[in-house]
Design a protein around this ligand. Structure first.
Ligand code: PAF
Length: 280
């Protein structure tokens, strides 16, 4: 595996692959890798001749400076994991490589960004769009892989590709869970012992809610999920939403809700966890 830190080194490595028309796959990450990321690498390796993984903790997508400061950085362990999983190139740039000048671009994703993560983390998706579009320009991948845990991010990136007329095919990969159901996240390693014990109750509650469709009306279900999660001392719901998975707009009733998904954002302070499951 090649490990490169600059855009020019990366371009040199990719030049030949582009010339030989090799299918290039990109797995963008912020590091602190877990089995969820490795499932993206796996998907990439089965579809592409060359797998590039990027590790860059992107400051512009953090709306909370404390979250940025605390974000786990484990480049050494990450590179060993990627090497053993057959990644061809690890691109781990510094901030100046991605943003030689401050990125002042402002994206508009309309209704997609006015709900859930977009609403509760102002500016977050603008930062995601900035870094992902930069990575697309640098790597010129044919395919790019993202996890469905960040379901709204995936929708935003699909919209970004359409808006900018970018080339990669966006591939969404299912949420990967710990044995106890907790959605894998780099932030899980920041949980205290008690928080880690309670965190699987988020997924468990979402799964139980699924069994209550359509008996429990939508609004009742959101309240029930929030109350059930909040009953645990370390967990504090930020939002529970039930939305159409195509346009992410809230659903008010089960009638005609063909693609309903249940979304949760929950604090185990200061850590913020998100999860989602398909309901129908
Ligand atoms: O999902 C993530 O880890 C990040 O938001 C991404 C897509 C790598 C952009 O920084």
């Amino acid at each position: 595996m090649f490990i490169v830190h600059t855009v020019s080194e990366l371009r040199q490595l990719l030049q030949l692959a582009h010339r030989q028309k090799k299918t290039i796959g990109l797995v963008p990450t912020m590091g602190a890798l877990h089995a969820g990321h490795l499932s993206l690498v796996q998907a990439c390796k089965t579809q592409c001749a060359l797998t590039v993984t990027s590790i860059f903790v992107n400051p512009t997508q953090f709306n909370n400076p404390e979250d940025l400061r605390n974000y786990p950085r484990t480049l050494k362990d990450d590179s060993i994991l990627l090497q053993t999983h057959g990644v061809d190139i690890l691109f781990a740039p510094g901030e100046k490589e991605i943003y030689p000048e401050p990125d002042t671009r402002s994206f508009d994703f309309g209704a997609l960004e006015r709900v859930m993560e977009g609403k509760f983390r102002p500016g977050h998706f603008n930062g995601v769009a900035q870094v992902v579009s930069r990575l697309f320009t640098i790597v010129q991948p044919d395919y790019a892989f993202f996890g469905e845990k960040d379901f709204q991010q995936l929708a935003i990136i699909r919209a970004l590709v359409t808006q900018l007329d970018e080339q990669p095919v966006i591939v969404g990969c299912p949420v990967v869970r710990e044995n106890d159901g907790l959605a894998m996240s780099s932030r899980n390693r920041l949980l205290s012992e008690t928080q880690r014990k309670q965190a699987p109750l988020i997924a468990a509650t979402l799964m139980q809610a699924k069994e209550k469709v359509p008996a429990l009306p939508v609004e009742e279900m959101k309240k029930w999920v929030a109350a059930t999660i909040n009953a645990h001392s370390e967990l504090e719901v930020e939002y529970i939403e039930i939305a159409d998975e195509k346009n992410l707009q809230p659903i008010k009733q089960w009638d005609n809700a063909i693609h309903a998904r249940l979304f949760a954002a929950v604090y185990a302070r200061p850590v913020r966890l998100i999860d989602n499951i398909r309901l129908s």
